[in-house]
Design a protein around this ligand. Sequence first.
Ligand code: PEP
Length: 252
Amino acid sequence: MRKKIVAGNWKMNTNYDSGLELAREINEKVAKANLKGTGIILGVPFILVADVVKNVDKDNIGVAAQNSAAWEKGAYTGEISADMVKSTGAGYVILGHSERRKYFKETESILKEKTELALASNLEVIFCCGEVLEERNDNKHFEIIKRQISDSLFHLSAGEFSNIIIAYEPVWAIGTGVTASSDQAQEMHSFIRKLIAEKFGDELAGNTTILYGGSCNPGNARELFSNPDVDGGLIGGASLKADDFIKIIESF
Ligand code: PEP
């Protein structure tokens, strides 16, 4: 049975003090929330990863870095390796977010390297994919998602792939207040699950968590999460407000 997950992506928000305070506030509210088995992950800035790990209840909340390097170690000033992330106690890394693809020119082959290294360090990978508006308007969204997923992930063994969480995040919905409709989300999630089934078989596809991301909020989460192939969300803006984040977690 696949896991339901709500993950927050704080992006480059908060600072050390306000971020730690937010993590503690979420931790307190999560302890009183009706989780119904939903897994929670906080994707926090690098400077906070180690201390958020120490300040949340690990039975309820996992911690993710928002990136890790495409190299194992060495002379790459400013980079953070997957092994460094793992050494903090974090269990996850977000890879392939559209902001990293856009601003840092991360390609499918770079993401293939990053994913391999993250898995080799025993991190679970929240792998983001998503089309831009022009691609959807040109009816190329299925082709784009297929390429992003297959070029970066389909060389993995089934065992390795079982440590991947997919986040479908249409770029036109990220931070825009425009959400994919419930039907659009279900259509793409079911397409992604079919792709995984064709490559790795029905069992692994059925066990893969596929999250929706893009302007998900307390007002639309319940409808989005009610779709059979939508297993939760990757939440940007609304994950920075503890009350909104908890409401989204309680939307199953
Ligand atoms: C994201 O950046 O992963 C995201 C989903 O952002 P938002 O919820 O703000 O659209």
